[in-house]
Design a protein around this ligand. Sequence first.
Ligand code: ADP
Ligand code: MG
Length: 258
Amino acid sequence: MITIAIANQKGGVGKTTTAINIATAMAATGWKTLLIDLDPQGNASTGMGVATNARERSSYDILVDEISLDDCMQATGIPGLDIVPATVDLSGAEVELVTVDDRTARLANALSGHTDHDICFIDCPPSLGLLTLNALGAADTLLVPLQCEFFALEGLSQLLLTVERVQQRFNADLGIIGVVLTMFDRRNRLTDQVSDDVRDCLGSLVFDSVIPRNVRLSEAPSHGLPALVYDHACAGSRAYIALARELIGRLPEQRKAA
Ligand code: ADP
Ligand code: MG
């Protein structure tokens, strides 16, 4: 299984939207896919249609009580896509884990040796705290959604610094598979400017596919459906399908599903 953390410490940049829709696109392509919601807000869980009262076991149980992955995941309505939901309890996990020795390794421990899925996406919270560190400790690589706005690059340097520290301390092999520009608005000149700057600065790290600002993407979660199911033909869904294709192209050969 290849594990991809979707992280950016800024809120509202499209992490959850990307997690839900790329996971759905991968499952639709035949990859057995696992989505782990690691944000106490539980937006990925809600967006996948897992009601709060249906989250009997969650990512909190994995991190704090070391309950096994198998016991915490559940099927979604989408074939080939399972989810570990999140509950508000998770906001307490950072504090509860502070005195624990292997506090940054809890998720990595739970995922290690898991072969039932081909690929796993982790939807991170908007911070660089212990939850995101667990995701970075468990991940093979990182996918960074970047919103096309003025301060986009500023936050990124802080994230890259954290990645460097994680590589030095507990996950030497952590990579960055790419940066995806989100909420791209063709009619906005600032968007173009930011996009050019980001590409100048990060080069081929930036995916060619961009995710347009698209109202269907923001409507879908209120129906508890990925946009790819809610309206598979909308511009947002098509962009996530293109992104998934590009992502597969960047995965190491030996990790690609048969
Ligand atoms: P994050 O997880 O980084 O906080 P979200 O994915 O939750 O970000 O997105 C923040 C808000 O913007 C949500 O209301 C979401 O529906 C909306 N949104 C995300 N991506 C798009 C997009 N490409 N077009 C329109 N709305 C979007
Ligand atoms: Mg989110």
